[in-house]
Design a protein around this ligand. Structure first.
Ligand SMILES: Nc1ncnc2c1ncn2[C@@H]1O[C@H](COP(=O)(O)OP(=O)(O)OP(=O)(O)O)[C@@H](O)[C@H]1O
Ligand SMILES: [Mg+2]
Length: 226
C-alpha cells in the first residue's frame, strides 16, 4: 500500500544569488512496511527530504501526501497533531533532556499531548530496547548507545506508523550502530512501521530493502531488494 507520496517536490532556501535548490522535482512513493535507506553526499538534500516527508518543513513546490492526505494543506495545528501521533523522529544527536530521567524523557511526547501512556506498551518497548534497568537514570549516566535507545523509545511511545531517522548511528561505534539498527528493524516489524533512515554507512544501507541515492536534490538511484 502506498503511504507516502511526493509529487514534483522542490525546496528552495534563500533568495536571489544565495538561493539553494535543496530538492529538485522529487517524485517518490513509499510503501507501507518498507525499510528505506537514503544515501548521498553531504549537502545533497537528504535531511531536507526527510523533514519534508515528516511534516517539519513545507516544500516550495509540489505535494507531499501521507496516507493520501496532502499534509501541507492542513492547518498548522492539524499538521502538528499528525506529526506527533504518526511520526517518530530520531536524530543523530539524541536530544534527551538532561533534567529528566530516562522514563520521563521517553514519556514526554505523550504527556505534552495530554494523553496517558499505556503501561504495558511502555514496559514492552523498554524491555525490547534493553533499557529497563536504566529508567531512573539521568541521560548523562548512559553510554551513547543507551542514549540512542532511549531516543528510539521516545520516538516509539506514540505508536507512530513512520519512523524517520537522520543518521541515527552517526555518533555510535560500529558494533553499537549494528545493534541500534537491528533494534529499529525489529521494532519496525513488531509495530508494523515504515522505516526511513538516512545513513552514510553502507553496512546499514545494506540492511534496507530499498536504497534511494540523492545527488544535488534529485533522486539519482532508487533500488528495491526483495
Ligand atoms: N535552513 C536552511 N537554510 C539555508 N540553506 C539550507 C538550510 N537547510 C539546508 N540548506 C541547504 O540545502 C542543501 C541540502 O541540505 P541538507 O541538510 O538537506 O543536506 P544533507 O544531504 O542532509 O547533508 P549532510 O549529509 O551533510 O547532513 C545544502 O546546500 C544546505 O546548505
Ligand atoms: Mg543531513
Amino acid at each position: 500500500m502506498e503511504v507516502i507520496q511526493l509529487e514534483n517536490v522542490s525546496k528552495m532556501f534563500g533568495r536571489g544569488d544565495r538561493a539553494v535548490k535543496a530538492l529538485n522535482s522529487i517524485n517518490l512513493t513509499i510503501y507501507k512496511g518498507e525499510f528505506v535507506a537514503i544515501v548521498g553526499p553531504s549537502g545533497s538534500g537528504k535531511s531536507t527530504l526527510l523533514h519534508t516527508i515528516g511534516g517539519l518543513d513545507a516544500p516550495t513546490e509540489g505535494i507531499v501526501k501521507v496516507e493520501g492526505e496532502s499534509i501541507y494543506s492542513l492547518s498548522d495545528e492539524a499538521l502538528s497533531i499528525l506529526r506527533r501521533r504518526k511520526i517518530g523522529f530520531i536524530f543523530q544527536s539524541f536530544n534527551l533532556l538532561p533534567i529528566l530521567n530516562v522514563e520521563e524523557n521517553i514519556k514526554l511526547p505523550v504527556l505534552l499531548d495530554h494523553m496517558s501512556v499505556d503501561p504495558i506498551y511502555f514496559e514492552d518497548i523498554i524491555d525490547y530496547l534493553g533499557i529497563k534497568d536504566k529508567i531512573y537514570a539521568s541521560p548523562s549516566e548512559l553510554s551513547g548507545g543507551q542514549q540512542q535507545r532511549v531516543a528510539i523509545a521516545r520516538a516509539l511511545i506514540h505508536k507512530p506508523s513512520y519512523i524517520l531517522a537522520d543518521e541515527p548511528t552517526g555518533n555510535l561505534d560500529s558494533k553499537t550502530s549494528d545493534e541500534v539498527i537491528s533494534l529499529l528493524q525489529l521494532t519496525a516489524k513488531k509495530y508494523k512501521q515504515t522505516l526511513i533512515v538516512i545513513t552514510h554507512d553502507l553496512k546499514i544501507a545494506d540492511k534496507a530493502n530499498r536504497i534511494i541515492e540523492i545527488e544535488d536534490g534529485s533522486i539519482k538511484n532508487d533500488v528495491s531488494y526483495t
